[in-house]
Design a protein around this ligand. Structure first.
Ligand code: NAD
Ligand code: 89Y
Length: 349
């Protein structure tokens, strides 16, 4: 627990494509502020410092070790996370780090073990579960209205030109499952509970990319519920459905459909009703990104609230190992053509 009356002071690392959402969000978060920004590209670091009124900028993440920071927000791509988190762990600085934690489960396990041994809290910036629609859906499920959950379907299928904003994805070998599949696997656990077995088929539909751009996963959850999780950047529809996650959750007493336009349709013996989730109306958000952008301040506020109160993060590195194990199992299943049990990959968490 960090019990101080002043704002916690953060170092922000990685002034690339997605950083503007974090930086706008940090200006809203209560109890924290960004004191310095770091990017190995000096122009990016300086420009972001100017735009967001951040007093200090630098190019070397070793500035983390100055003793002046209460937390670090790491918004770089996955290959850099292990080394950056190791710097934070050495300095004893709590971390919030963008998904994906790392390219493979072995690296995630190392990151988590080192942080745990040093007692340094690490949270994954897993913002999809902080979308309003999924917070509300979780409330409905927890209320018992549709009874024990038996089946789920979560799909993210669109053809957003992700390659222009995030060109590194063209060369990423573990692409779609790590990029958006990981959000869906986290959501599947959030809504249906932990899962123990995975089957998966991967597809590379677009030519010229190094990894898969579509994946269809089948999960067996611990309470025997089943879910189908499918993701694709090669699904052509008009209007483009980006960035909506659609699907349904079935329970013994009813069903909740997740429909286009941020609508939850609840079916129970009492009848059917729709709940429409409105955007928060921030000045810095814009379509089609609003649904994702609105979830970023909630994610960061959760990190700060937990740091201040000593509560566990919902998506701590330790908890998230269960999500990354599902992703690893999905790749293993796609490569071998068989169902993979999590117990084959990790003895216990
Ligand atoms: P990006 O490549 O545009 O930006 C990363 C920045 O980090 C670059 O400016 C790079 O110079 C800098 N950097 C890399 N290593 C560094 C180091 N060691 N020290 C200092 N600076 C360093 O990447 P992006 O598209 O902004 O994505 C960043 C992360 O955010 C990725 O992991 C991506 O998957 C994730 N992301 C999440 C969401 C979401 O909704 N949660 C959306 C988009 C991207
Ligand atoms: O990289 C993806 C993510 O994590 O959320 C949206 C995104 O930026 C593009 O689909």
């Amino acid at each position: 627990m960090i019990a101080v009356s002043q704002n916690l002071k953060g170092l922000f690392i990685g002034a690339g494509f997605f950083s503007r959402n974090h930086l706008h969000a940090w200006a809203e978060v209560e109890g924290a502020e960004i004191a310095a920004i770091c990017d190995r590209d000096p122009q990016r670091a300086e420009a972001a410092a100017k735009e967001y009124g951040i007093a200090e900028w630098g190019t070397d993440a070793a500035m983390l070790q100055s003793g002046r920071f209460d937390f670090v927000d790491i918004c770089t791509t996955m290959e850099t996370h292990e080394a950056l988190i190791a710097l934070a762990v050495q300095a004893g600085v709590p971390v919030i780090v963008q998904k994906p934690m790392a390219p493979d489960l072995a690296t995630c396990l190392r990151i988590e073990a080192q942080a745990r041994a040093a007692g340094v809290p690490v949270m994954l910036h897993e913002n999809f579960r902080f979308q309003k629609i999924f917070r509300r859906l979780r409330e409905i499920l927890s209320s018992g209205e549709i009874g024990e959950v038996t089946f789920g379907r979560l799909n993210w299928r669109n053809d957003i030109d992700v390659y222009t904003n995030q060109p590194y994805l063209i060369e990423t070998k573990r692409f779609m499952i790590m990029d958006v599949g990981i959000h869906m696997l986290d959501l599947a656990r959030y809504l249906l509970g932990d899962a123990s077995e995975v089957s998966c088929f991967n597809q590379s539909v677009k030519e010229g990319i190094a990894g898969e751009d579509a994946a269809t996963m089948l999960l067996r959850h611990d309470n025997k519920a089943v879910s189908v999780v499918d993701v694709s950047y090669a699904s052509h529809k008009s209007p483009n459905l980006f960035p909506q996650t659609l699907g349904e959750i079935e329970g013994r007493l009813g069903t909740v459909e997740i429909l286009e336009g941020q609508v939850l349709r609840i079916h129970t013996a009492a009848g059917r009703r729709d709940e429409v989730l409105a955007a928060d109306g921030r000045s810095w958000t814009s379509e089609p990104w609003t649904q994702i952008q609105d979830s970023v301040p909630r994610t960061q506020q959760h990190f700060i609230d937990c740091l201040r109160s000593g509560r566990d993060f919902e998506t701590s590195a330790g908890d998230s190992l269960k999500t990354y194990a599902l992703a690893e199992a999905a790749y293993c299943s796609a490569a071998t053509g068989r169902t993979v049990a999590i117990a084959e990959l990790v003895k216990e968490f």
